[in-house]
Write a protein that binds this ligand. Structure first.
Ligand SMILES: [Zn+2]
Length: 242
């Protein structure tokens, strides 16, 4: 019998198995993404009933088996209930979970992605944030964590840090006014550029600390939608509901 391990993490997805059990995927601080079996988790009186639902964040006691873990206990510190009470925020939340599930791997250091999920859900649950802004911040930061973020602080051709006004999706970054004619790009507003610079460079704890005008938000959404469309080669099921 192996030793119990306590891991901190968030449930990304849950699948029913048999009559009363579940198989869950947890994004953990210690082991990256893992799959765990939760025996009896669908019985109405089970201590694991709510703890094994998507969004649940806390500590999980796990035993390592041959092909998967078994979860025996959980102590949940945040169920994100306020988020699941609002349908639009719920769909957005499921999209973030699916995105993280697609990008994260077992035995990989996924602490930044876990932090990003947690902070994004707090922002989704907050009245102060527009959900579309939360979405673009999440998407751009997730790609950046994965090493696919755009070059925002210097021209990709001549390295100049001045007169950066053109963004080129296929090249993955900014071009200055002298070099812009050599690429297929489009001009973006300074507000959009500053927001993107902030998202790629800020630490995750400080990400959700700015707002933008409606005009900048519209350009940010359209730019990042194109960027994600070009670099993320995956169709997310939950995206259809957004
Ligand atoms: Zn240049």
């Amino acid at each position: 019998m192996s030793q119990a391990e306590v891991m901190t993490g968030m449930v990304l997805k849950a699948m029913p198995i048999g009559d009363y059990d579940k198989r869950i995927t947890i994004l953990t601080k210690e082991r990256g993404k893992i799959t765990a079996f939760a025996r009896g988790a669908r019985r109405p009186n089970s201590q694991l009933l709510a703890a094994t639902n998507p969004f649940s964040f806390g500590e999980f006691e796990l035993f390592e088996g041959k092909s998967s873990y078994t979860v025996t206990k959980a102590s949940i510190s945040n169920y994100f209930r306020e988020l699941t009470e609002d349908l639009d925020a719920t769909y957005m939340g499921f999209y973030f979970l699916e995105f993280a599930d697609f990008y994260c791997q077992e035995n990989n250091d996924e602490r930044e992605m876990l932090k990003l999920l947690y902070q994004s859900f707090r922002a989704l649950a907050s009245e102060a944030y527009n959900n579309e802004l939360v979405r673009v911040i999440f998407e751009l930061k997730a790609l950046t964590i994965n090493g696919e973020g755009p070059t925002m602080y210097n021209c990709m051709h001549c390295k100049s840090r001045d007169n950066l006004h053109t963004f080129a999706i296929r090249r993955g970054g900014m071009f200055c006014d002298k070099c812009k004619d050599s690429v297929q790009g489009f001009q973006i507003m300074d507000g959009t550029k500053y927001a993107m610079q902030y998202i790629v460079s800020s630490e995750i704890g400080k990400l959700f600390s700015f707002t933008v005008s409606d005009e900048v938000l519209a350009e940010l959404v359209s730019t990042i939608r194109q960027f994600v469309g070009h670099y993320v080669h995956h169709k997310f099921n939950s995206e259809a509901f957004l």
